[in-house]
Write a protein that binds this ligand. Structure first.
Ligand SMILES: [Fe+2]
Length: 499
């Protein structure tokens, strides 16, 4: 329920909603609380388009279809269709995709893009022709240029662990493309980042540090965004009759946010809220959503070797620091007591079904987190299916971590040698907290420190952890259907033929 692009520069997470999740839309506050908030703070939303993200490759707890999209286009505060992640079906003209895009366009709203493929040929052109008019998945300068050449708006992204502005801003600063076709965005942000570094203000500062003219960076976060979403008659300029959503700053490069006005009301000064945010009482069915059946044991995470092999070649999900895509790797692993486990840089990963209590567990391998010792980390934030993902070097620790999340109703937990080192409770749908922002951020920072204590030296690798089940970003992911080769949009075998 956090907007990808907000035309106002944020001073950071001052509210109570900490975990950013595209799929949390289903639990969005409605009614009086939302109206109270809306009187001061504007939150616009894009209707999710892809639950599941890729039909047939995953099972979600809830499905969104064309009728849902058509209805939502009439709701206040819906400014478009959220990222069309199922790009193969858009390219192939699938009925469902067309039936979601059509009512969005009829309502005069924006169809958001997500073309997470290096392809720039006919399939890419077909995707653009299908309706998506922006994209935030570019990672290279040529990605930004090719999107703008196709008439899209290129969203340059700086999340907690997605560093895609520096590599693409040169399309403006060096290649001279018209910056009006570029927006800044954050995509996923860690609560610690929001509290201690900022949100869109962080992205603007970063763009400036990468050589962008400060006024152009500000335009990419304000008027360009308002124009793209058809809100320029209300937002994006300081003009009589427009909404007075403003920041005051004394330095256009360092960009200290000294005062914030929302709809003409002063709401924050020197980093502190000066108004009271109403508390939203979440409905009971938003809680206790971790339904995974019987308690897990180490045996649930055992990976039997095929046909009595003593050595196997396994497909391995390779983490890439500060990037959303993964690499499809292979590793030669030895067999002990008929089972294959993680070795060296290779750890085990499991997807634990948690919506329908099927008891299913899918096991695979992941590498480059750097974990050592006997540990496991589990999370119920797993875009966008939000099953439970467990990564560990030891099957007993994996079971302890999974069971702990069932006990607390979701969140993130890290275990080593039978002890819990860190826990972030996210009791609202297993995705969000209703605790104050600073309290959640402190726990999230403690989790990052505990990950480092277990050997992980990557920048904010929890963000990569939370995307390991997102089966629409190449190259290799995990789902309740198995190991997914996103380059082919197909389930693939865990073991590769031995050379
Ligand atoms: Fe995306």
């Amino acid at each position: 329920m956090i907007e990808r692009n907000h035309p106002v520069l944020s001073v950071g997470a001052q509210g109570h909603l900490l975990s950013i999740s595209r799929s949390s839309f289903h639990y969005a506050p409605q009614g009086e609380t939302a109206l109270n908030l809306d009187r001061k703070l504007r939150v616009d939303t894009q209707m999710p388009s892809c639950a599941p993200s890729a039909p047939g490759l995953e099972t979600t707890g809830f499905e969104i279809g064309p009728d849902d999209v058509a209805e939502a286009m009439g709701w206040p505060g819906i400014i478009g269709l959220g990222e069309m992640m199922n790009f193969p079906d858009v390219i192939n003209g699938s009925q469902q995709m067309l039936e979601e895009i059509a009512p969005t366009m009829r309502a005069g709203k924006v169809v958001g893009g997500h073309f997470a493929s290096p392809d720039r040929g006919i399939p890419f052109h077909a995707y653009v022709a299908g309706g998506p008019s922006d994209d935030h998945e570019g990672t290279r300068e040529s990605d930004a240029i090719d999107r703008v050449r196709q008439g899209m708006r290129s969203m340059l992204r700086l999340g907690s662990a997605w560093y895609d502005i520096k590599s693409q801003i040169t399309s403006i600063t060096q290649k001279g493309l018209d910056p009006r076709n570029f927006l800044l965005c954050t995509d996923d942000c860690h609560s610690g980042t929001l509290m201690h570094e900022g949100h869109m203000n962080r992205a603007v500062r970063h763009a400036i540090a990468c050589g962008c003219d400060p006024l152009i960076a500000l335009q990419m976060a304000t008027i360009n965004t308002a124009t793209h979403f058809g809100l320029e008659r209300e937002l994006g300029s300081v003009t009589a009759g427009w909404r007075a959503d403003l920041i005051l700053t004394s330095d256009l490069r360092a960009l200290p946010i000294e005062r914030v006005f929302a709809r003409g009301i002063s709401v924050a000064e020197a980093g502190r809220l000066t108004v009271t945010c109403p508390h939203y009482d979440w409905p009971a069915d938003a809680r206790a959503t971790v339904r995974m059946g019987a308690a897990k044991t180490a045996e649930d995470f055992a990976i039997p070797a095929p046909n009595g092999a003593t050595q196997v070649t396994a497909r391995v999900i390779g983490i890439v620091e500060n990037q959303a895509p993964t690499r499809a790797l292979t590793a030669d692993l030895s067999v002990t007591d008929g089972k294959v486990g993680g070795q060296g840089e290779v750890a085990q990963i499991a997807l634990v079904e948690r919506h329908r209590a099927t008891g299913d567990v899918v096991n695979a391998f992941v590498s480059d987190f750097g974990y050592t010792g006997r540990m496991a980390i589990a999370s119920t934030v797993a875009h966008d299916c939000h099953h439970m993902i467990v990564v560990g070097t030891d099957r007993h620790q994996m079971a302890l971590a999974a069971n702990r999340l069932a006990e607390v109703g979701g969140g993130v937990t890290l275990w080593r040698d039978g002890q819990e080192l860190a826990l972030v409770e996210l009791p609202i749908a297993g995705l969000m907290s209703d605790r104050p922002a600073h309290a959640v951020a402190d726990k999230a920072q403690a989790l990052v420190a505990a990950m480092a204590d277990c050997g992980c030296t990557l920048n904010n690798a929890y963000m990569q952890h939370s995307l390991l089940a997102l089966v629409v970003i190449p190259e290799l992911r995990i789902s309740d259907k198995g190991l997914i080769d996103v380059s082919r949009f197909a389930v693939t075998d865990l073991f590769a033929p031995t050379a």
